[in-house]
Design a binder for this molecule. Sequence first.
Ligand SMILES: Nc1ncnc2c1ncn2[C@@H]1O[C@H](COP(=O)(O)OP(=O)(O)OP(=O)(O)O)[C@@H](O)[C@H]1O
Ligand SMILES: [Mg+2]
Length: 375
Amino acid sequence: MRASTRTEIETIAQEAARMALRRGNVRKIAGQMVASAVSRQVAAQTTEIDERTRAMLDKSASEAVAGHAAKLPGATEVYSVAERAVADAIAAAEPEVLEKARDAAEKAVAGFAPPVVNVVLPDRREVELRGDSHRVLPEVLIALHARCHVLLVGPAGTGKSMLAKQVAEALALPFQALSVGPTTPMSKVFGYYDAHGHYHDTPFRRAFQDGGVMLLDELDNGHPGLLAELNQALALGTCAFADGMVDAHPDFRLVATGNTYGSGGDRTFVGRQALDAATLDRFIVIDVPIDPELEKRIALAHAPSRRKEAQELLEKVWQLRATAEEKNLPVMFSPRSSIDGAKLLEAGATPDQVLRWRVIRGLSETHLSALGIGA
Ligand SMILES: Nc1ncnc2c1ncn2[C@@H]1O[C@H](COP(=O)(O)OP(=O)(O)OP(=O)(O)O)[C@@H](O)[C@H]1O
Ligand SMILES: [Mg+2]
């Protein structure tokens, strides 16, 4: 585009924007005014070119048309120059409006962006955690750095397993994981020899021998025999694997998770084992309650185009959670229901479907009415 044409369009657009500002309702009026002012300018240029072309017809019509048409800026280009000019005009005319808009934008962005967590470890090493994380993450880091094993206890879906993975990353240690259940065989932890005499190792063996964070997920779901073997390994710092005794690497850390404090099952987590005092004694126990700020950030990040409905869903889940706790109902509204609910909204489900499919599914009539949800 010629420089003079660009200046002309900028002047017209800025003048149109200033007039619109004086009349209020900036966005709508400015848009219309700039569009018509710019169209007039384009039309004027076209007429000018047409007239000149006509005058030159006796020379070489086709040559002239081609030459002049090339000088005419494309409509898209005109509008983008005009748009920038309008923005400049509005900024110059109303700095305080701009300031307010910037504040609002920053607040909205802050709702999405996780806070940066800085943890200074005892050896003065500083770890900066930029990803989204639970607020107890610094505590877990300090405990692990002090070479303690950690048991993370909290209700379902509060982010315990994720925390274990994140601390491994933060300490730059390899990460291994195993979820234990009532039927988890010893071989899953300590390895085994196959029929050909080959030893098969396990994630636990790798972390124990070579160093790393070992996540034993749902430790309170494991059977007592397995826990007793583990106790020994933790107490002695040496462990009997299928192929022999192995000493623990100085960087071996165990992070176990559980839904109960090791006192056995309750009404919500039935069938959980009581962790004996000896097992509990080997761990630092850190509570991992629901972190509503984390829940909100994760849920909203999953529903960028349905932010308002996701926010309403969160409030609904929080309200149900509070009622269930207040009335001591054995039902759970974990952060997973808000997070999965947000994903469903983003995929096109209606708020009502999300509620039925993911939040109140499977609840009895009695519980529904106690929660204030009509049949
Ligand atoms: N920091 C995080 N960033 C993003 N997503 C997260 C984060 N923490 C947890 N989540 C998500 O929240 C959900 C629950 O997390 P997680 O599985 O770690 O919970 P949990 O406490 O181990 O649950 P359970 O007790 O049922 O095993 C998962 O979908 C996980 O991906
Ligand atoms: Mg888990």
